[in-house]
Ligand binder design. Structure first.
Ligand code: FCB
Length: 453
């Protein structure tokens, strides 16, 4: 796709009812890590050990959204953004995960919601974006089946407190990533490893996903209830039988594991036999309880992966070939820039007849931004967004089930184990002064969104 053509992209091409927005997550932006009675989360705990995060960074202050939310929401407004997806820090509202409620924590989110509504920005809440209260992790966290009860308490509190004004909800953010990175590979909080942690965490997250949906539906009239999944096109590295089979297995693990039980299809054990080991954690009515008919499914796409068979990798027998080894264009995360992936994922999810509606709840990129005369020139990000959006438009024009798009992310922020090094924002943050500056990509989006009808 030539640059020329993309610059003609107009928001109105996507139709009047297409939803446009930006996404963030509590731990990545809020700071205020111990303000006003907030409890510790697994990320607060994990980042105490500087070895776990690039440059020893932590998000104790981060963007200080806790104190600067008005400035950010006003900036959003000035950029024609009228949907804002953010998450609730569980430990801010329930410092011990369950039990005592922190009223000041609830007040903060009430203030954010009310300020959004006053600016005519629609709030979209993600209940869980990875920051489990540390007090619950001490009891086993996601590996402990009681999490279904803990999560229900948290969901009920949020629904009852915010549900009169917030009508767009997502239960979980990318369960594959928080279980895979946090409970299998040990590269995210809480840093647990191995199948013995991953398998129960997976099954309990699947149960919470549906239970959260049911609670929201019961307590909030007219709510649009969704949940979100990470997804990437998975291709074989070599065109041989073994790599092709490996690609099907990795696709089952990365793209299908969490959605299919929700749709009533069970776990994809045929294509990923390792999942048979989930059995000991599954109780008699669980596969019924795992089902929930979400109003929408959020899919989050950044890249594609190439995989090959590898006998040496325990359990999975598959290896992801890094983008940097494949001579392709990459972002600073070493993720391949591959716009057709987003189209293929929309197509893949559109093929499930049970899915009512798909929304891209995250897409974006990190590159080295250039600071020039006080402005931020981020041509690579601008091109990335335009190319990916063009693929979304292609999907839409073909009649696929796609209804909205949220950019990851509004401001630069704390990128988990990579710390502050990768910047994904439409708005630059100087982390010494916390000054916000709209990047070229942000200016382009502002203009793009001025043309919605
Ligand atoms: C997604 C996460 C989000 C952010 C982006 C870059 O996997 O949901 O918090 O880190 O990646």
């Amino acid at each position: 796709m030539k640059k020329q053509e993309e610059s003609f992209l107009k928001a109105s091409d996507f139709g009047e009812n297409f939803t446009w927005g930006v996404s963030t997550a509590a731990y990545q932006i809020e700071g205020g890590h111990d303000s006003d009675g907030k409890g510790q989360s697994i990320w607060d705990k994990y980042t105490e050990n500087p070895k776990m995060i690039q440059n020893g960074d932590n998000a104790n202050i981060s963007c200080d959204f806790y104190n600067k939310y008005k400035e950010d929401i006003l900036l959003m407004k000035s950029m024609n953004i009228d949907n804002y997806r953010f998450s609730i820090s569980w430990a801010r509202v329930l410092p011990n995960g369950v039990g005592t409620v922190n009223d000041k924590g609830l007040q903060f989110y009430n203030d954010v919601i009310n300020f959004c509504l006053a600016q005519e920005i629609t709030p979209w809440i993600t209940l869980y974006h990875w920051d489990l209260p540390h007090a619950l992790e001490q009891k086993g966290g996601w590996t402990n089946r009681t999490i279904v009860r803990w999560f229900s308490e948290f969901t009920t509190l949020c629904a009852k407190t915010f549900g009169d004004r917030v009508k767009h909800w997502m239960v979980l953010n990318e369960p594959m990533v928080f279980t895979g990175a946090g409970y299998f590979l040990g590269v995210h909080a809480p840093g647990k490893k191995g199948l013995k942690n991953f398998l129960p965490a997976t099954h309990h997250a699947v149960l919470c996903q549906a239970e959260g949906g049911r609670i929201l539906r019961k307590l909030i009239p007219n709510a649009q209830i969704g949940t979100t999944f990470s997804c990437s096109q998975i291709d074989p590295y070599r065109e041989n039988k073994r790599d092709k089979k490996t690609a099907i297995k990795v696709d089952a693990l990365l793209n299908r594991l969490f959605i299919e039980p929700t749709l009533g299809l069970g776990y994809p054990t045929n294509d990923a036999p390792i999942l048979k080991r989930l059995r000991p954690f599954i109780q008699p009515t669980d596969m019924v309880d795992c089902k929930f008919d979400f109003d929408f499914i959020g899919i989050q796409n950044y890249t594609r992966e190439k995989v090959k068979y590898n006998l040496l990798v325990p359990h999975i027998r598959a290896k992801i070939i890094k983008a940097s080894k494949r001579n392709v264009k990459t972002t600073l995360m070493d993720w391949e820039v591959y716009p057709p992936s987003i189209y293929k994922m929309i197509k893949k999810y559109s093929d499930y007849p049970q899915i009512k509606k798909i929304i891209i709840t995250e897409n974006g990129a990190t590159f080295k931004d250039k600071v020039e005369n006080g402005g931020i020139v981020d041509t690579d990000r601008l091109n990335f967004l335009q190319h990916y959006l063009n693929q979304v438009l292609k999907a839409k024009n073909e009649g696929l089930n796609i209804h909205g798009y949220f950019v990851w992310t509004f401001t630069d922020n704390f990128e988990w184990a990579e710390g502050y090094f990768p910047r994904f924002g439409l708005v630059h943050i100087d982390f010494n002064t916390l000054k916000r500056t709209i990047k070229e990509s942000g200016k382009w989006l502002t203009n793009f969104l001025s043309n919605k009808n």
